[in-house]
Design a protein around this ligand. Structure first.
Ligand code: PLP
Ligand code: LYS
Length: 418
């Protein structure tokens, strides 16, 4: 669903021209559509209505509290990977019994915090982590509900940095190790074995790897039943892709159709951990052109958003469509859209055909709602962008852009340097 559209030659988010937001809060600035967020969550969740399931939105994709609050109001659970994400989820009103906790490096403090919140399930990624969680649960007089995250060794055919379910990846325990680890877990007094979990990668554009992973998980669930371990939750992780450019990822209903008969006869609640598919196309990054310059080899458009605001192009070579906020029939140039950061890898687009732009004009970097702001940093001591949530004709500022003074205060710069 498109809530970012041109009307009378201006790009709108719902009923607000995005240029107005830029003028109000400055740039760079992330803009999210409330209607798109709601729609995407609902469509995903409804796609699995025929199954007992729980949609645990993956907080790492976008952890903005207002967005988490919206998902909480829609009955979402969440997938978290740190104490910080647990805090944000609880602040936003996500019920503890809808929280699953993944990640290979949970610290003792984080484990204690999650135990004290009595979350639904720890997705355990190693044998040593199982011991650590069991010991902390015993020490605190609690019981930890757990799943083992298994690594099904399927190739999700996505960018190598974001595959997670192949043998060479650091995630999960191998299928061979799994049965032994489960029987050990089942004997630990402070642990309740309730689930089997996997997550094979992100930005998948084909359902087959999901189906392959599910088949392997099913075999494991059956083997566990034979040794008296009965699984209540089957967590299939996240990973469904979106269209950034020309990709044609499966719709959630296609994903549902592909897996539903694989789940027949299995008496489990299925957990999904979608991130990108819910928020990715619900947000844009607005940036202002600062300068343009031509060199013998290149034509650069220098904008005020950099890799510290949106790292995906630099880190993965990801494509994000870039368009002017005012529709134009100016001729196009082939340009590199670059930021102010002192790295040659600081670009938002390379060799991109773009209608000519002038300093002071605004560009919209599309599909920036997932892994945009959450991966932003203060690199080069740059302030972080503002975030604005649009609902109908109202643009709510949900995070004011940091100022240089904020950074100075946070750094507590000594007197003599001021
Ligand atoms: C364990 C886990 N669950 C869920 C997700 C969300 O993935 P996506 O945003 O691709 O849906 C990730 C990130 O890839 C993850 O690592
Ligand atoms: N950060 C990645 C996705 C990684 C997902 C985390 N497991 C991206 O922007 O595409």
């Amino acid at each position: 669903m498109h809530h970012f559209q041109y009307r009378d030659g201006r790009l709108y988010c719902e009923d607000v021209p995005v240029e107005h937001i830029a003028q109000e809060v400055g740039t760079p600035c992330y803009i999210y559509s409330h209607a798109t967020l709601r729609h995407h969550f609902t469509v995903f969740d409804q796609a699995f209505a025929q199954l007992p399931h729980l949609t645990c939105y993956s907080v790492k994709a976008n952890s903005n509290l207002s967005i988490l609050r919206l998902f909480a109001s829609l009955g979402a659970g969440v997938d978290i990977v740190s104490g910080g994400e647990l805090f944000r989820a609880r602040q936003a009103g996500i019920a503890s019994e809808r929280i699953v906790y993944s990640g290979v490096g949970k610290t003792q403090e984080e484990i204690d915090y999650a135990l004290s919140e009595d979350i639904l399930m720890f997705n355990i990624e190693s044998s040593q982590e199982l011991d650590a969680i069991s010991q902390r649960a015993a020490a605190l007089g609690r019981r930890a509900r757990i799943a083992l995250r298994v690594n099904p060794d399927v190739d999700p055919k996505t960018h190598p940095y974001i595959t997670t379910g192949m043998e060479k990846n650091k995630f999960g325990v191998t299928m061979d190790e799994a049965v032994e680890s489960y029987s050990r877990a089942a004997r630990l007094p402070s642990v309740d074995v309730v689930g089997v979990d996997c997550h094979i990668g992100s930005q998948l554009t084909d359902v087959q790897p999901f189906v392959d992973a599910l088949k392997r998980l099913r075999t494991l669930v059956a083997r566990l039943a034979e040794i008296g371990i009965h699984i209540r939750f089957l967590d299939l992780g996240g990973g469904l892709g979106i269209t950034y450019d020309r990709e044609t990822p499966p719709h959630p209903t296609e994903y549902a159709q592909a897996i539903v008969h694989e789940l027949e006869g299995l008496h489990c609640t299925v957990i999904f951990e979608p991130g990108r598919v819910i928020v990715g196309n619900a947000g844009i990054l607005l940036t202002k052109v600062l300068y343009t310059k031509k060199t013998p080899k290149k034509h650069f458009v220098i904008v005020d958003a950099g890799m510290n605001d949106l790292i995906r192009p630099s880190l993965y070579g990801s494509y994000h469509h870039i368009q002017s906020v005012v529709s134009t029939d100016r001729p196009t140039d082939t340009v590199d859209v670059v930021g102010p950061i002192c790295e040659s890898g600081d670009f938002l687009a390379r060799e991109r055909a773009l209608p000519q732009v002038e300093p002071g004009e605004y560009l919209a970097v599309m599909s920036a709602g997932a892994y945009g702001f959450t991966m932003a940093s203060n690199y080069n001591s740059r302030p972080k962008a503002a975030e604005v949530l649009v609902r109908g004709d109202a643009a709510h500022v949900i995070r004011v852009r940091e100022t240089w003074e904020d950074l100075v205060r946070a750094e507590r710069i000594p007197e003599f340097l001021r």
